[in-house]
Design a protein around this ligand. Structure first.
Ligand SMILES: *Cc1c(COP(=O)(O)O)cnc(C)c1O
Length: 375
């Protein structure tokens, strides 16, 4: 079986270094808020090109806490509108509703599957305060245009970079486009911890300082609480694991691009639509291929066929947020592009340890697939 992603193999590559780092933390007697965190925060900020990185407990908290910090700083208030793509992972949306802000769902662009610029323009009202741009599947949203729109309308920009560590446009990386960005280091992400972890990146010194307080009960200084914060810390062991893996991230991304190029150049089947079919090669080079997502009307048949032939695939994601039970108030809304995407997408195996010969097998199977018409 070719697994969708072999996490054990991913971490096995760095086994000795991870164990040494883990032992160092165990022996230090210091487990929260120490040197390991500080070093990782500095290195991750440098990686993203930002002034600050603030470690938090997970990616969802990173997004929740940025919005919360903007409220504490007087830049946002309840019921302000946040524009977000309707086909995102539900966490982007949970961050908005957790802050009692108003979710404005908009359709993605049919080619990039990232938020549509025209849809943003149509959704802006006097109550719009934030654009939450999600870099879905490892490709940056059209940030130059989003930043331009945000400047015209005096909006804040929050990036959801949970799937896009290291992705670039014009040499500027994910996390360094918006006013702030949330990252996840969930084990399966491009930079994954060995547990839960996340971070916010920003160039805003006041926001950074508010976030450092918020993640630690609202405390800037020991036993002094400025705001009613939360406990959302990135612990020393996870920071140490991440600092080991950060060194290899670009190397892993190069491998992901090799797999993606192989899929893009060799899968030839008119029933399958490949990602970014119409976009030139330069554009996808900056893609970090968290996921390689194809689209087909015969998705379920293809998934079954690949499985029967020893290839595991996944769907990211089968149900859009507005059709979830968690948000019954939106269940009747209609987002045809989003809904079609959710019915047609399939994620092929992708990762830093997927062998080229394995990818070749996926290619031959995809090329041999033809649907059985049923009625
Ligand atoms: C993974 C993910 C998150 C949430 O990250 P966690 O660390 O799991 O909380 C948020 N947004 C997107 C797009 C994600 O893929």
């Amino acid at each position: 079986m070719i697994p969708f992603l072999d996490l054990k193999k991913v971490n096995q590559q760095y086994n000795a270094e991870l164990k040494a780092a883990c032992n160092r933390v165990i022996d230090s007697g210091w487990y929260i808020g120490g040197q390991e965190l500080e070093i990782f925060e500095q290195n991750f900020a440098k990686y993203c090109g930002t002034q600050f990185a603030i470690g938090v407990a997970n990616g969802l908290d990173a997004l929740i806490l940025v919005l919360r910090a903007w409220k504490e700083l007087g830049q946002l208030k309840e019921d302000d509108e946040v524009i977000v793509p309707a086909n995102t992972y539900i966490a982007s949306i949970l961050a908005i509703t957790a802050n009692n802000l108003k979710v404005i769902l908009v359709e993605p662009d049919v080619n990039s599957l990232n938020i549509s610029i025209e849809a943003i323009e149509q959704a802006i009202t006097p109550k719009t305060k934030v654009i939450l741009a999600v870099h879905l599947y490892g490709q940056l949203a059209d940030m130059p245009k989003i930043i331009q729109l945000a400047q015209q309308h005096h909006l804040l920009v929050l990036e959801d970079s949970a799937q896009a560590h290291g992705a670039e446009i014009n040499g500027v990386r994910a996390g360094n486009w918006g006013d702030a960005s949330g990252f996840s280091f969930y084990p399966g992400k491009n930079l994954g911890a060995l547990g839960d972890a996340g971070a916010v990146t920003t160039n805003d010194v006041e926001l950074a300082s508010m976030l450092k307080a918020l993640r630690n009960y609202g405390s800037h200084e020991k036993y002094k609480n400025l705001v009613a914060g939360v406990n959302s810390r990135l612990d020393e062991i996870q920071a140490a694991m991440l600092d080991v893996k950060l060194k290899y991230l670009d190397q892993e991304t190069i491998h992901r691009r090799q797999i993606a190029n192989l899929y893009l150049s060799k899968i030839k089947n008119t029933y399958l639509k490949l990602p970014l079919n119409q976009i030139n090669a330069l554009e996808y080079k900056k893609h970090v291929w968290h996921l390689f997502v194809i689209q087909t009307q015969y998705r379920d048949q293809l998934q079954q066929y690949l499985l029967e032939n020893g290839v595991q695939t996944l769907i990211h994601y089968p149900i859009p947020p507005h059709k979830q039970q968690a948000y019954t108030e939106w269940n009747d809304l209609s987002f045809p592009v989003t809904e079609r995407i959710h019915q047609q997408i399939l994620s092929l195996p992708m990762g830093s340890t997927l062998g080229l010969h394995e990818a070749e097998k996926v290619v031959s199977l995809c090329n041999a697939f033809f649907p059985i018409e049923k009625d």
